[in-house]
Design a protein around this ligand. Structure first.
Ligand SMILES: NC(=O)c1ccc[n+]([C@@H]2O[C@H](COP(=O)([O-])OP(=O)(O)OC[C@H]3O[C@@H](n4cnc5c(N)ncnc54)[C@H](O)[C@@H]3O)[C@@H](O)[C@H]2O)c1
Length: 364
């Protein structure tokens, strides 16, 4: 294990020793910032995880870890979405930075409560949206911002994934109260976040959402038409019922088409660019063979922390993505077009992604 040589050391507490907790542990260890402590409510899982990753300090509650680890500077939340708000606020109230798995909260109301705690804290709140961090996405963002691609015109953002019924046997999955939604909140949100990170602010959305086949209360399919402040128009399709799984994004600018096809992690080789020689040369020159993934975002997070800056993805940026999910549900369940900013306190879709009830009976 290598020690990091620059900047103030960060001491991470890692909460949640499940599936993605292991991905975080490996990324932190590889970056020379091995977790100082791990938190997990399941005692057997806690000990197995501690043994596997060589973490001696083990706790069964975040509160106990915060009490027991006064030197901690940051908390990684790899816990189910239903506890993100409570755990994020607890850590921020102690002045710690929080690096939280997506979705950062179950609702915009919960997210704004976290932001209020962040505003009063010496710490920051960052969301894991690792698909922004592959080098081709970074390069496309830079070229788009620099203007050489011309105006963005249209985009396609498809998350066509498959999840078997067993996937939903895990108690917190498939319920509005604990997962916040289906693929619009949990899976396609990665691709939607990448879409927004490249095309900038969205303006309005018209959508449908439905549950066709899965044993869930949440949707298993959603489709949306999103208009951006730039005037660009994107279609967004999210499903967990697609036997041939793929994530497909296509960005058409006036002077170039960029396409990405992968599943949940891409390298430069998953992208194609159709453009003239000048843009193609700039595109190739700026790509540095960094794959998307937790390690890529963690590098940006550590660099920001070392520089005393708020780590990415910042609250303002992550909120735009969460608000798009909320707007897709609001449009789908009310049958109306939803403009950015409309889902505010007083709207049922501000407090819950399903606005108080999806138009199909619960099964879970
Ligand atoms: N960024 C990604 O690519 C990605 C991929 C998968 C999951 N996720 C997200 O990561 C989070 C966790 O997902 P997962 O698949 O690892 O789930 P999981 O069920 O495998 O793991 C969650 C763990 O948290 C533990 N836990 C529950 N409540 C806790 C509490 N109060 N304190 C401490 N531990 C607690 C559970 O016992 C479990 O071991 C979710 O928000 C999910 O959406 C992100």
């Amino acid at each position: 294990m290598s020690e990091r040589s620059v900047g103030p050391a960060q001491r991470f507490v890692l909460a949640g020793a499940g599936n993605i907790g292991g991905v975080h542990a490996e990324a932190l260890i590889a970056a020379g910032a091995a977790p100082a402590a791990v938190v997990e409510v399941d005692r057997a899982r806690l000990d197995a995880f501690g043994e596997k990753y060589g973490i001696a300090a083990r706790y069964t509650s975040l509160e106990a870890a915060l009490d027991g680890e006064p030197g901690a500077t940051a908390v990684v939340l790899a816990t189910p979405p239903v506890v993100h708000r409570e755990q994020a606020v607890a850590a921020l109230e102690r002045g710690l930075t929080v690096y939280c798995e997506k979705p950062p909260a179950l609702s915009l109301a919960d997210f704004d409560a976290i932001t209020a705690a962040e505003d009063a804290s010496a710490g920051s709140f960052a969301t894991v949206f690792q698909q922004r961090y592959g080098s081709s996405a970074q390069q496309l963002r830079d070229l788009a911002a620099g203007g050489s691609l011309g105006r963005p015109v249209t985009a396609v953002c498809n998350t066509l994934w498959f999840r078997p019924a067993e996937y939903f046997a895990v108690d917190w999955r498939g319920r509005w109260e604990s997962e916040g939604g289906g693929p619009t909140m949990g899976h396609g949100i990665h691709q939607m976040d990448l879409l927004l990170s490249i095309l900038g602010p969205w303006r309005e959305v018209t959508a449908v959402a439905t549950r066709i086949a899965q044993p869930t209360n949440t949707e298993d399919v959603s489709a949306a038409i999103v208009t951006f402040s730039s005037g660009a128009v994107a279609t967004v399709l999210n499903t967990l019922l697609a036997p041939r799984q793929t994530s497909y994004l296509r960005f058409d600018f006036e002077n170039a088409t960029a396409e990405l096809e992968h599943y949940d992690r891409y390298g430069d080789e998953n992208w194609t660019l159709t453009a003239g020689p000048e843009i193609t040369a700039a595109w190739e020159a700026g790509r540095t063979a960094v794959a998307s993934g937790h390690s890529a975002q963690l590098a940006a997070v550590l660099a920001a922390l070392d520089a005393g800056q708020p780590p990415p993805v910042t609250s303002a940026s992550a909120r735009a993505t969460l608000e798009l999910s909320a707007a897709i549900y609001a449009s789908a369940f009310t049958g109306s077009r939803v403009r950015r900013g409309e889902i505010a306190p007083g709207s049922p879709f501000y407090d819950r992604m399903d606005g108080g009830g999806a138009p199909w009976p619960p099964v879970k």
